[in-house]
Write a protein that binds this ligand. Structure first.
Ligand SMILES: CC(C)(COP(=O)(O)OP(=O)(O)OC[C@H]1O[C@@H](n2cnc3c(N)ncnc32)[C@H](O)[C@@H]1OP(=O)(O)O)[C@@H](O)C(=O)NCCC(=O)NCCS
Length: 142
């Protein structure tokens, strides 16, 4: 199993991202090839995938962004295929994202995980993430 960055998505990557996304947010529309290509080309955005041969076993997206308080990181859309869970793939994806964030000079890396996502919450705490006392707000257009 290897962790790699998606730089030039193809149809296989689009299909894999769609299958993985369905296991995270079943109602969310998966990205098209054009959207995934845009994502891969976005400065500060890194789409990592875990691969074994041709199979895509998991993914994670790291965002690095600069604000007046410094370079910050955010991790989104972490998912490992149901058939491959419990093998350390989620850990390997997250560790690679943290390595990239640290070497870029990020001061913090944040993520959110709903309480019912037990495996995710255990994983993140095991890797050193601490719950932060703040209110998380979301705004949606319309
Ligand atoms: C959270 C998630 C990415 C973890 O991926 P993973 O590759 O299984 O992660 P790891 O193997 O590195 O470890 C995760 C933990 O869950 C346990 N686990 C999860 N699924 C398991 C399974 N099917 N069999 C055995 N153990 C499992 C692992 O043993 C480990 O527990 P520990 O921390 O107490 O040792 C994966 O469970 C997942 O995709 N869940 C659904 C989507 C989701 O919740 N994403 C996170 C959004 S915040």
């Amino acid at each position: 199993m290897k962790i790699e960055r998606v730089t030039e998505p193809d149809d296989a990557a689009v299909e894999a991202v769609g299958l993985l996304l369905r296991q995270l947010s079943p109602r969310r529309k998966p990205p098209s090839l054009v959207e995934l290509t845009e994502l891969a080309a976005s400065p500060g955005t890194t789409l990592l995938v875990a691969r074994e041969g041709d199979a895509y076993l998991g993914m994670l997206t790291l965002i690095l962004y600069r604000v007046p308080t410094g370079l910050r990181g955010f991790i989104h859309d972490v998912v490992v295929d149901e058939s491959a869970r419990g093998r350390g793939i989620g850990e390997a994806l997250t560790r690679e994202a943290l390595r990239l964030a640290k070497s870029a000079g990020a001061r913090t890396v944040e993520l959110t995980a709903r309480g019912e996502r037990e495996a995710a919450n255990r994983l993140y705490r095991r890797l050193g993430f601490e719950p932060r006392e703040t209110n998380v707000y979301v705004w949606r257009p319309g």
